[in-house]
Write a protein that binds this ligand. Structure first.
Ligand code: ATP
Ligand code: SF4
Ligand code: MG
Length: 388
């Protein structure tokens, strides 16, 4: 059995903004096993990058503030120990950013930037003495060794003329080449754990495909673990072993790629899957509405104002507990409280079923709602009955 390399428990992150306190991340749990690639998917603004920044010790504080949570890397807790977090980040983490143009310096050549990564890797703090030593060429690693390491890595990432690329500036490279350089730089310090935040979003589909191939090869070759952030479900299926679906700073559901993409349980996951444009279908499906305002997030389930199956008196009041419906496939949704099956839940969690209920003036209500006293089970039967 594999061991857990990274475990995040009950993360809560707030931001102090001009509009008030934004309660962005609200109790996120997540696990990555050794050798595993885990994807976080969710729409723009749901908190994917804030989660990654917290793990990478890159959260701007202020305005960000970690209110609660534990982050274990192997057995070391990082959120309560700043120096351990810095050390683990420098020695074991590699980060691939979304936008190479803002992540690579325009005034240094690729070779100079890669050289700096090698020179300063594993150093928690870089002082003036280190910089002076570097300028005087008194490094522990020789120029020749650095060059060899860079060329080998650029070559593995199928960059043509790796020797020549070392003397070029980022602006002289294509988008795909820049992204490869960024991946090479993330791999330079021999990391054990990679975090990739939408690294292929800006690339066209063919280059995206090549980059994903290269990344998968490197991960297999070096036996790395990875957290991959994307809003593209196709990319998640292609690269990940498991997927976490995030909505408004909470984990709605997680499971294997097949669980999430073929048999989603949560109404939000299902909406996400339905939102993917199909080449042969022109009907717009998916989820109406927007991510909520984090300074005043909805009570109960944060998805309830947009959910076609929201149970009145339950979903707008109580945060949903998590239910494990199959081995390793968990969902945070009140629908599953009364032992509803996935098929039953999916029948009531459609826009059409909601429109039908709305036209009949019968909202979904919980078993605890004394007034209508209608259970979700009865509601399912009602929906089934009306289909006949
Ligand atoms: N430095 C910051 N100051 C204030 N609010 C922030 C800051 N960083 C992030 N946020 C807020 O946190 C929320 C989540 O942002 P985040 O960048 O994590 O979204 P995301 O899921 O990565 O979206 P995208 O797919 O567009 O990258 C947003 O509402 C954003 O405005
Ligand atoms: S049914 Fe309720 S708990 Fe489930 S997603 Fe909808 S609003 Fe949230
Ligand atoms: Mg982001």
């Amino acid at each position: 059995m594999s061991d857990t390399i990274l475990e995040l428990n009950n993360l809560e992150v707030h931001f102090n903004t001009f509009d008030g306190r934004a309660k962005v991340i609200n109790g996120v749990d997540l696990k990555v096993e050794e050798g595993e690639t885990v994807a976080i998917v969710g729409e723009s603004g749901c908190g994917k990058s804030v989660t990654a920044e917290t793990i990478m010790h890159m959260l701007p504080q202020p305005p960000g503030e970690i209110i609660d949570g534990e982050l274990y890397y192997h057995d070391t807790e990082l959120l309560g120990d700043e120096s351990a977090h810095r050390r683990v980040k420098n020695e074991s983490f590699g980060m691939i950013f979304q936008d190479p143009m803002t992540s690579l310096s325009p005034v240094f050549t690729v070779g100079e930037m890669m050289r700096d990564v090698i020179t300063y890797r594993n150093k928690t703090n870089v002082g003036w003495f280190d910089i002076l030593k570097n300028m005087l060429g008194r490094n522990t690693v020789s120029d020749e060794e650095i060059r060899e390491e860079c060329v080998e890595l650029l070559d593995q990432l199928q960059i043509p003329d790796p020797e020549g690329i070392l003397n070029r500036y980022p602006v002289e490279l294509s988008g795909g080449m820049r992204q490869r350089v960024l991946i090479a730089m993330a791999l330079l310090g021999d990391p054990e754990f990679l975090i990739a935040d939408e690294p292929t979003t800006a690339l066209d589909v063919t280059v995206q495909d090549q980059i994903l191939d290269l990344l998968t090869e490197q991960i297999e070759r070096e036996d790395l673990s990875m957290l991959y952030i994307t809003h593209n479900l196709g990319v998640a299926r292609r690269i990940a072993d498991r997927i976490y679906v995030m909505y408004a700073g909470e984990i709605a559901e997680f499971g294997t790629c097949e669980d999430i993409l073929d048999e989603p349980l949560h109404p939000y996951s299902r909406g996400l899957v339905d939102s993917v444009p199909k080449l042969t279908e022109f009907d717009r499906k998916g989820i109406d509405g927007l991510i909520p305002d984090y300074t005043d997030p909805p009570s109960g389930c944060r998805f309830h104002p947009r959910c076609p199956a929201a149970i009145v008196g339950e979903c707008d009041v109580n945060p949903p507990p998590r239910f494990e419906l199959a081995d390793g496939h968990e969902v945070a949704c009140h629908l599953y409280e009364d032992g509803l099956s996935r098929t039953e839940a999916n029948e009531i969690a459609t826009k059409e079923a909601k429109e039908e209920r709305d036209s009949e003036g019968i909202p979904l209500s919980s078993t605890t709602n004394g007034e209508s006293n209608q259970t979700t089970d009865q509601m399912v039967k009602g929906t089934e009955g009306s289909d006949e």
